[in-house]
Design a protein around this ligand. Structure first.
Ligand code: CO
Ligand code: CO
Ligand code: CO
Length: 313
């Protein structure tokens, strides 16, 4: 079906769907939900909401309304847990100035929570994952390694410091990073989630006239992720990502195995990957700092050759 008002659909695995309502208004729709990743229900609720909102921020949109999606074992689990999850979600929505308008819940054997989000954007100002240009600089706004640390949490092997750091990072909205990039004007953006850094980069280069070089020693990650990866703590998603996305990667110098584990690590509520013209990167960093996005780092560049390749240096 060809609907001319569907301006961003499935075809480029972009973050959300965008549907044009008028010449100056389009609606952004997205949905995300998952099983608990941290033990604290209030924090889990916050993370799920930050994660669901992220796709709207990655496109440069403004979230407006949200609906809860809930699966809960009501017969065997204390209802207070559900209340705490929903409280976390609601508090995060408030921070995002997004209104909860409803939701739906069903009984299930395990908890799942997430949200569908509606946002708005000007149809000519949508940032997709495919708009990068040769000469752009690549900026990542949150450290990697949440998948590895979440696996350590599930296995009871993570220390409190690591748990707190990664929980706070996942619960942090990409709102401030998004506002900074909108003020500066950038070429492309996506958020790093289940496909990991490399998977999402491969979506940005595919069927495009450029490639990307990543300076692996500049990629920010949680120190504990290195430690846990070296102990073999890795989510199944890492192996899937390596199997599927390695074919876009050229490795030009030897790197320790934990680096590759981190580059393919599936993220929950990861940061924005922003492709910004080289002459604007300083201004972008000023804005990011001003907006308290303090972990952002330059990790690479968009290059003319080799096309459709991710070169790891
Ligand atoms: Co996304
Ligand atoms: Co998503
Ligand atoms: Co219903």
């Amino acid at each position: 079906m060809d609907d001319p008002n569907l301006i961003v659909g499935f075809e480029r695995s972009d973050d959300a769907g965008v549907y044009k309502l008028s010449e100056d208004l389009a609606i952004i729709q997205t949905v995300d939900f998952f099983t608990p990743i941290v033990d604290d229900p209030y924090w889990f609720g916050q993370i799920a909401a930050a994660n669901a909102l992220s796709d709207v921020y990655a496109m440069g949109g403004t979230p407006l309304t949200a609906m809860n999606l809930v699966c809960f074992p009501i017969k065997t689990m204390d209802i207070e847990i559900l209340k705490e999850i929903l409280r976390g979600g609601l508090d995060k929505l408030k921070e995002a100035e997004t209104t909860l308008v409803g939701g739906h819940s069903i009984e299930d054997s395990e908890i799942k929570y997430g949200l569908s989000i509606n946002g708005i954007i000007h149809p000519n100002k949508i940032l997709t994952n495919s708009g990068a240009k040769v000469g752009d600089v690549l900026v990542l706004t949150k450290p990697l390694g949440t998948g590895i640390i979440n696996t350590a949490i599930k296995g009871g092997m993570a220390n409190d410091k690591a748990i707190n750091k990664v929980t706070e990072s996942m619960a942090t909205l990409n709102k401030n990073a998004s506002l900074a990039m909108l003020e500066v004007g950038v070429s492309a953006c996506t958020d790093i989630t289940g496909f990991g850094l490399i998977g999402h980069l491969s979506e940005m280069i595919r069927e495009n006239d450029f490639g990307m070089v990543i300076h692996t020693q500049k990629v920010p990650y949680f120190q504990e992720a290195r430690e846990y990866a070296q102990k073999g703590l890795m989510p199944a998603g890492t192996f899937r990502n390596k199997e599927f996305f390695s074919k876009w990667v050229d490795i030009t110098s030897p790197m320790p195995p934990f680096i590759s584990d981190i580059l393919f690590d599936p993220q929950t509520s990861g940061g924005l990957l922003i492709s910004v013209p080289g002459d604007k990167v300083d201004v972008l960093f000023n804005r990011l700092k001003k907006n308290n996005v303090n972990d952002a780092a330059i990790i690479g560049e968009v290059i003319k050759e080799p096309k459709e390749r991710i070169v790891l240096k």
